[in-house]
Design a protein around this ligand. Structure first.
Ligand code: UDP
Length: 239
């Protein structure tokens, strides 16, 4: 597989064309940003962890029929994916209060949310990813009503699968962000990544934060937490 021109460089990944117009190569970087890129740094070997964790989780999700862009892991930092057009909506799923949700509504972190909360945000760094509701997303032409329904159903299935996966590894899934892409056929599939950059994971036994909050909040041992998640996710616990 030949790595072609750089199509896009984001905060954590680079996307390259290949000799097949239906596939891209994604390369995971160690660069880390938070608070809409106001805080910048690197987390040693984060790219290796996030590539491995995403590859494992997308393979796991595909095993119960969640369509994803993942084809195969090519190297420590690279994976081959289906070329999609990213839908510019960040889909956030919350099982417990944390982060901007806790701040916005003035509640403690760690309160169980019933029912599970699903939020849409407009994917725009320039605008700071502002929240969207269904009609706003439709009126702005970001997605159709059917597409929103598909994304909502898939996000809930993904949440159910991930809760179990992480629970079997001593981790509690507090919340996460996912992105979907559209194939030329119009089919909507899971794209981007699922990693400690995009999930909040708390150690079940100690409640310790095992995700990017260690970087955002200067909690220390950022690399150690990413390595621990890597070890647990790649271990052979039952899915
Ligand atoms: N998240 C993300 N990218 C973003 C915003 C949020 O991956 O641009 C993830 C974040 O890691 C957390 C969840 O989405 O797992 C909910 O984040 P929240 O809205 O609480 O925002 P934050 O506190 O990260 O600003």
């Amino acid at each position: 597989m030949t790595k072609g021109e750089l199509k896009y460089e984001g905060k954590a990944k680079k996307v390259y064309a290949t000799d097949n117009p239906e596939t891209y190569i994604v390369e995971y970087k160690d660069d880390a940003t938070a608070f809409n890129a106001q805080k910048r740094g690197t987390i040693a070997n984060k790219g290796i962890v996030n590539n491995a964790v995403t590859s494992r989780l997308f393979t796991y999700l595909a095993s119960f029929d969640v369509p994803t862009h993942f084809i195969e892991q090519l190297s420590e930092r690279e994976q081959l994916v289906k070329a999609v057009k990213i839908i510019p909506i960040e889909v956030i799923v919350r099982n417990k209060t944390a982060g901007s949700f806790a701040k916005r509504y003035g509640v403690e972190e760690g309160i169980v949310l019933t029912p599970t909360v699903l939020e849409w945000c407009y994917k725009s760094d320039a605008l700071g990813d502002p929240p969207l509701n269904d009609v706003t997303a439709i009126a702005l032409g970001l997605a159709s009503p059917d597409e929103l329904e598909t994304m909502m159903d898939l996000a809930m299935d993904i949440n159910d699968g991930l809760i179990t996966f992480f629970a079997n590894r001593g981790l509690e899934l507090i919340d996460f962000k996912i992105e979907f892409g559209k194939l030329p056929s119009g089919e909507i599939i899971l794209a981007d990544e699922i990693s400690p950059d995009t999930c909040r994971l708390w150690d079940t036994a100690s409640g310790e934060r095992m995700d990017k909050d260690r970087f955002r909040r200067d909690l220390g041992n950022v690399e150690g937490a990413y390595q621990e998640v890597f070890k647990r996710v790649m271990g052979d616990a039952n899915a």
